[in-house]
Design a binder for this molecule. Structure first.
Ligand code: ADP
Length: 485
């Protein structure tokens, strides 16, 4: 079986969030179970800056969009995990700083539609150049139009029998544009009639168009698959369409890259460790103390951590509200994140006013994310919703105990610690409030004071297997079902 993935991100070359981790790992994991997988990705400036350019294989070819022809060259590169990546080169659209957001304005690029429209059309062209494909697998709103385009008109082409699937990594990002933009993408006009597949409250909704056109739908945890059909809190207005297509919707949780995230081999860490010998973890905690300017000789205070996009979804406001009580309890907090300016400023101010208790680094810093995961004792993830979430899995693997809101993938991967049975891997709370977060963190800190119980809890998390192998086998079964449908 041959599967062509289309996505706007791919780790380690172009990463904004967890989507990149998935597209950077899943194709390789699929190859290991006998699925021949490749990925189409824009050739962004930051990909080039990593020395990745690929070999030209076709083009420049005029990709038509909205009456304009964009010259696109296909370049073939090999991902560090070994799978082929087709890079779409179109410098006018992709040779600039930023993936979704213009770093100058901090707003989405005004030509978003063209950038991702060309990704979708270009991917369908690439698919034809590169042979036959059983499935086109589009990821999220940026690639969703490829599914709608494929359904609307590739008869008598090599894609005639290609089926399509769409993964929803986050139903909160839907690709909304003025309705007239449908013509630019050359989507069928009927799709934009009120109530039509691409129409959403008078606007064009690319994710909805993809949901309606795909042969199969997927999201990244079983709980999130139930949540997004349950109501607007999780479906963001798409719960009705998703409910209509619920028979096509599966939840397959993400794995994690267990090689890149392995405390026994991680090159970013000042010391390495594993479940059998965690002594190196103390050295990692010491290094975080050094970075934060805290006394390195006293590691007794529990160290809490947040590594996150600082956006409402992730609940940074709950952490900020809980902060005085958390610090008063004797814990310290390190924060690594970037996102909305309001939250960035609030964490920066908090660090300035209580430098002995909280240290903040605003920005995206992958090596530092590894060092924090290793150095912390407790990881906070108070997400309002969390389709799958990766950091809770990285945390468990790094012997850092997650405190999570029980939603989506967090609910599926973190089991509440039970001191009577010695089972569980973290602490969970239900309500999206700072009180609930505080109560769960208090349980974590109480357990932290009991070294015997803590060691068991940490061990439980480190022993969990979150590798991609199991997920890939489930994808394969699902692909085969869609292919037969
Ligand atoms: P999402 O995709 O919604 O951002 P996930 O938990 O699924 O959330 O994935 C987040 C990924 O991005 C993780 O790999 C995490 O380590 C990383 N990440 C988030 N913010 C930062 C940051 N400021 N610096 C480094 N890595 C970050």
């Amino acid at each position: 079986m041959r599967v062509l993935h289309v996505a706007a991100e791919c780790a380690p070359w172009a990463k904004v969030g967890g989507l990149a981790d998935v597209t950077g790992a899943l194709p390789a994991a699929l190859s290991a179970v006998g699925v021949d997988a490749a990925l189409v990705l824009p050739l962004y400036r930051e990909v080039r800056e990593r020395g990745i350019e690929g070999e030209p294989v076709a083009g420049p070819f005029p990709v038509r969009l909205g009456g304009r022809a964009w010259p696109v060259t296909l370049r073939r590169a090999t991902h560090p995990e070994g799978f082929p990546v087709v890079l779409l080169e179109c410098d006018e659209l992709y040779d600039r700083e930023g993936i979704y957001v213009d770093p100058g304005t901090r707003e989405p690029f005004p030509d978003d539609l063209e950038r991702f429209g060309v990704l979708c059309r270009g991917a369908l062209w690439a698919a034809q150049v590169l042979g036959r494909w059983d499935l086109l697998h589009a990821h999220d709103a940026h690639a969703a139009a490829a599914v709608a385009m494929l359904a609307a008109g590739y008869r008598h082409t090599p894609l005639e029998w290609t089926r399509s699937v769409l993964s929803l990594h986050n139903a909160g990002y839907q690709g909304l544009h003025p309705l007239a933009a449908a013509a630019t993408l050359e989507l069928p006009l009927g799709d934009t009639r009120p109530g039509g597949p691409a129409e959403f409250w008078g606007r064009l909704n690319l994710l909805k168009a993809g949901i309606c056109a795909a042969d199969g739908l997927h999201t990244v945890s079983e709980t999130y698959a139930r949540e997004i059909v349950s109501g607007p809190e999780f479906g963001f207005g798409l719960e009705g369409v998703l409910r209509e297509r619920a028979d096509r919707l599966v939840g397959i949780p993400n794995g994690i890259d267990t090689r890149a995230w392995d405390p026994s081999r991680d090159p970013h860490l000042p010391a390495r460790y594993d479940a059998a010998d965690r002594s190196g973890k103390a050295e990692c905690k010491r290094a975080v103390h050094r970075l934060a300017g805290w006394d390195e000789s006293d590691l007794s205070r529990p160290l809490l951590a947040v590594v996150s996009r600082l956006v409402d979804q992730k609940g940074p406001d709950l952490v900020l509200e809980a902060l005085p009580a958390l610090l008063d309890s004797g814990a310290r907090l390190v924060v690594l994140g970037a996102g909305s300016r309001e939250y960035e400023d609030a964490f920066t101010r908090a660090a300035a006013s209580r430098p002995d208790g909280i240290w903040t680094r605003i920005g995206f810093d992958e090596p530092l994310a590894h060092r924090i995961e290793a150095g912390a004792d407790v990881f906070l993830m108070p997400s309002r919703y969390e389709p799958c979430g990766l950091n809770q899995m990285y945390s468990m693997r790094y012997g850092t105990v997650p405190v999570v809101r029980a939603t989506g993938g967090l609910a599926d991967t973190v089991l509440e610690w039970d001191p009577t049975t010695g089972r569980g891997t973290g602490f969970r709370f239900e309500a999206p409030t700072s009180e609930a977060l505080l109560a769960a963190t208090a349980r974590a800190l109480e357990t932290y004071r009991d070294p015997h119980a803590w060691a068991r809890l940490v061990w439980n998390g480190m022993a969990r297997d979150f590798s991609w192998e199991g997920a890939a086998a489930r994808y394969k079964d699902w692909y085969e079902g869609v292919g037969r449908g």
